[in-house]
Design a binder for this molecule. Structure first.
Ligand code: C2E
Ligand code: MG
Ligand code: MG
Ligand code: MG
Length: 286
C-alpha cells in the first residue's frame, strides 16, 4: 500500500512540475509577445534544377533571457493551447512580410499558419493588412497549412482559403503525408504546393519504402499541377534521389539552416550578382 501510494504521489508531483513548466512558458511567452521579442529566422527553399533560392520559410525563434533560444516545438503547443498563437502568428506574419518586402522581387516568403488562426475569423483581414502595410506583392507570400486544418471539413476554412488565393497568395500543404486527409478530399481544396514531410525524405538513399512513398507523392503533386518541395534534405544522396524523381524544390540542413534576416539578405545579394544560370552554393554550414 505504501508503495502504491508512493508511486501515486510521485506521479502527481511529476504532473505538477510539467503543468508548472507549461504555465511558466505561457507567462514568459505572453510577455515575449507583448515586448515583441519573437522573430522569424528564414530557411531557404532551393530550386533543384537551378540551385537558386526561390523563397524562404519564416520559422519563429524565441531568444529567452534565461534559457537561450527556445525551439518552436517547446512553445507552439503552449501557444495553441492558450490562444496566444493568434497574436504570435500575426506578429510573425507582419514581420516576415516587412522583411521579405526588401528581398529581391522574385524571392517569396513562406509563413506557417495554425488551424486556430482560421477559427478566429479575421485571418483574411490580418493577411491583407500585413500585405498592405509591408507593400509585399501577394504573389510573394506563401501560407503553409497542414492536413489537420482540412480534417475540420469546415466551409469557413474553405472560403478563407479561396479568398486568400483570390488575393494572389499561394497556399502550401506542409508536412504532407503525416495527416489523414483522403486523396479525394484533397481535390476540393485549393492549394499550390505540397511539402513532403521530412520523415519520408530521411533515409531516401537507403530505404526503398521511403523511396516509393516519395515517388508517389511527387506523381500525385504533378498530377494536381502543384509545386513539390521536399523538407529536411540533409544528404547528397537524398538530394540526388529527389532530383532524379523530378522533385521541384528542396529545403534542409544540406542547403542551410534557418538564419537571421541579415544573413539571408547577404545570401540573396550573392545570388543577385551571380550569373543568372550560376548555381549558388548556399551549402555553408552555420
Ligand atoms: P515546419 O513548418 O514543418 O518547419 C520545418 C522544421 O524542420 C523547422 O523546425 C526546421 O528548422 C526543421 N528543419 C529544416 N530542415 C531540416 C533538416 O534538414 N533536418 C531536420 N532534422 N530538421 C530540419 P523548427 O524551426 O523547429 O519549427 C518546427 C515547427 O514549428 C514547424 O515545422 C512549424 O510547424 C512550427 N512553426 C515554426 N514557426 C512557426 C510559426 O511562426 N507559426 C506556426 N503556427 N508554427 C510555426
Ligand atoms: Mg512549415
Ligand atoms: Mg514541415
Ligand atoms: Mg513540421
Amino acid at each position: 500500500k505504501n508503495d502504491s501510494r508512493g508511486t501515486f504521489s510521485f506521479f502527481e508531483s511529476g504532473m505538477d512540475a510539467r503543468a508548472q513548466a507549461r504555465r511558466k512558458i505561457e507567462i514568459d511567452l505572453r510577455s515575449a509577445i507583448q515586448d515583441d521579442q519573437l522573430r522569424p529566422f528564414y530557411q531557404p527553399l532551393i530550386d533543384l534544377k537551378t540551385g537558386r533560392i526561390t523563397g524562404c520559410e519564416a520559422l519563429v525563434r524565441w531568444p529567452h533571457a534565461e534559457r537561450g533560444m527556445i525551439s518552436p516545438a517547446d512553445f507552439i503547443p503552449v501557444a495553441e493551447d492558450t490562444g496566444l498563437i493568434n497574436a504570435l502568428g500575426t506578429q510573425i506574419l507582419r514581420r516576415a512580410c516587412n522583411e521579405a518586402a526588401r528581398w529581391p522581387d522574385e524571392v517569396r516568403v513562406a509563413v506557417n499558419l495554425s488551424p486556430l488562426q482560421f477559427r478566429v475569423g479575421n485571418l483574411l483581414s490580418v493577411v491583407m493588412d500585413a500585405l498592405k502595410h509591408s507593400g509585399l506583392p501577394p504573389r510573394r507570400l506563401e501560407l503553409e497549412i497542414t492536413e489537420t486544418l482540412l480534417l475540420e471539413k469546415s466551409n469557413q476554412v474553405l472560403a478563407t482559403l479561396h479568398a486568400l488565393r483570390a488575393l494572389g497568395v499561394r497556399i502550401s500543404m506542409d508536412d504532407f503525408g503525416t495527416g489523414y486527409s483522403s486523396l479525394s478530399y484533397l481535390r476540393s481544396f485549393p492549394f499550390d504546393k505540397i511539402k513532403i514531410d521530412q520523415s519520408f525524405v530521411r533515409d531516401l538513399g537507403s530505404n526503398r519504402d521511403a523511396q516509393a512513398i516519395v515517388r508517389s507523392i511527387i506523381s500525385l503533386g504533378m498530377g494536381l499541377g502543384v509545386t513539390i518541395t521536399a523538407e529536411g534534405v540533409e544528404t547528397e544522396s537524398e538530394l540526388a534521389c529527389l532530383r532524379s524523381e523530378g522533385c521541384h524544390e528542396g529545403q534542409g540542413f544540406l542547403f542551410s539552416r534557418a538564419r537571421p534576416n541579415e544573413e539571408i539578405i547577404e545570401l540573396l545579394r550573392a545570388q543577385a550578382i551571380a550569373a543568372p544560370d550560376a548555381e549558388l552554393s548556399v551549402r555553408a554550414q552555420v
